[in-house]
Ligand binder design. Structure first.
Ligand code: SF4
Ligand code: SF4
Length: 382
């Protein structure tokens, strides 16, 4: 899905060298809050397509688009980051975004959709290099084209206002659809999800090594070591929430958490000697595009599973190692009960090469609508 994957990771790692000391901003004649701009860039690269809006909303007097490329930021960065280059790329994206997605009406829906495609495909920087400058020229040319009022003096200001109003209401009629969340399966029960809003969710941190995006939410299904290594999530945003089984089941009642960018519903898990139903949970997550993901956690068949069918879940992950957990056969029966659109086997014994994924075992999961997702693979929640 990421054509520019390697370059993307390289840029993410460069941005992560930033210690947000703010030295660069102090030397910036355009008064740009550079550390904030870099955070926005990082979230954009991790799949938060809408996050580019934040560039226009920055509170500092200067925005990346105001950069004069003096290079003072790079010269002053104590971590030898090529800050100027990063700000230049952000400036490109910000100017392209302004051209493609005008904020106050104008532009037809088609342009909006093609703009969103470029953003969601992570191609804006390339797009800019190839053609955005031409768009800029077109824009300047348009400045020289006489206005309709200049051409036809019979058109009154009132008419113009009405026309602009119509354009605005046309634009309002086509709200942009939320983009799908991007789900990375890391092996065992470990999952990372980046939502349309750029929020980063980790579930059962343990396997894999993709913990470098700052977390907004960490979900833990139970306390066993292969589900609860929250210390692996070193980077966390200020308001990062951690929800474990302790918060998720209160007095035997499973809780819901509406966080705006995601609705998290704790559901039953357990029903075997090593997994107590009061100390283990599964989760159903529903994102802003209405699509949902269910993770069973460690469990045998639960009483609640048949009731989950009415939620019309899109992607369901079923544990299937058979060690105080469902085995492959039971997991397939549970998949039938839940009736999700895609059934994914997870939490299986590690293979000899140290991965927390076993392809051979996954292929023996005989659920309808089976989807095999290997460790390190990303899917779109759509
Ligand atoms: S290169 Fe741009 S961001 Fe860096 S100090 Fe100069 S104006 Fe500011
Ligand atoms: S000087 Fe370097 S490390 Fe400090 S905020 Fe700027 S980019 Fe980050």
């Amino acid at each position: 899905m990421w054509e520019m994957r390697e370059n993307r990771m390289e840029v993410i790692h460069t941005i992560q060298l930033c210690k947000t000391c703010g030295v660069c901003s102090k030397s910036c004649p355009a008064q740009i809050n550079i550390p904030e701009a870099l955070r926005i860039y990082e979230k954009y690269l991790s799949g938060g397509m809408r996050i580019l809006e934040k560039l226009d909303e920055m509170e500092s007097p200067g925005k990346p688009v105001d950069c004069i490329e003096c290079g003072a930021c790079s010269d002053h960065c104590l971590n030898s980051i090529d800050v100027k280059e990063l700000v230049r790329e952000l400036a490109m994206m910000q100017s392209c975004r302004r051209l493609i997605l005008p904020r106050h009406g104008g532009g037809d829906g088609k342009m909006k959709r093609s703009g969103m495609f470029l953003i969601s495909a992570g191609l804006l920087p390339l797009f800019f290099l190839a053609g955005c400058s031409q768009m800029g020229q077109t824009d300047q040319k348009q400045d020289r084209i006489p206005s309709r009022q200049e051409e036809d003096p019979l058109i009154t200001e009132n008419d113009m206002e009405k026309t602009m109003g119509a354009a605005d209401s046309d634009a309002k009629e086509e709200p942009m659809e939320p983009e799908p969340a991007i789900l990375l399966y890391q092996g065992q029960a470990s999952i990372r999800i980046v939502t349309d809003e750029g929020k980063v969710i980790y579930i059962d941190p343990y396997a894999g090594d993709s913990y470098d995006l700052p977390a907004d939410l960490i979900l833990v299904t139970h306390s066993h070591f292969d589900h609860s290594q929250t210390e692996k999530v070193e980077y966390r945003n200020e308001d990062c929430r951690i929800i474990t089984q302790k918060e998720a089941v209160l007095n035997g009642k499973h809780q819901n958490f509406n966080l705006g960018y995601v609705m998290v519903e704790a559901v039953e898990a357990g029903y075997n000697p090593l997994h107590d139903v009061n100390e283990c949970v599964g989760y159903v997550l529903t994102f802003s595009n209405g699509k949902s993901v269910y993770v069973t956690g460690d469990t045998s068949t639960t009483k609640q599973m048949p009731l989950l069918r009415e939620k019309e879940i899109d992607f369901a992950f079923f544990c299937c190692d058979g060690v105080y957990n469902m085995g492959l056969e039971e997991a397939a029966e549970c998949a039938e009960m839940v009736g999700a659109k895609h059934n994914i086997p997870y939490h299986m014994t590690a293979t000899t090469d140290g991965r927390h994924f076993d392809r051979e075992l996954a292929e023996q999961f005989e659920a309808k609508n089976r989807l095999i997702v290997e460790d390190g693979e990303e899917i779109l929640v759509e």
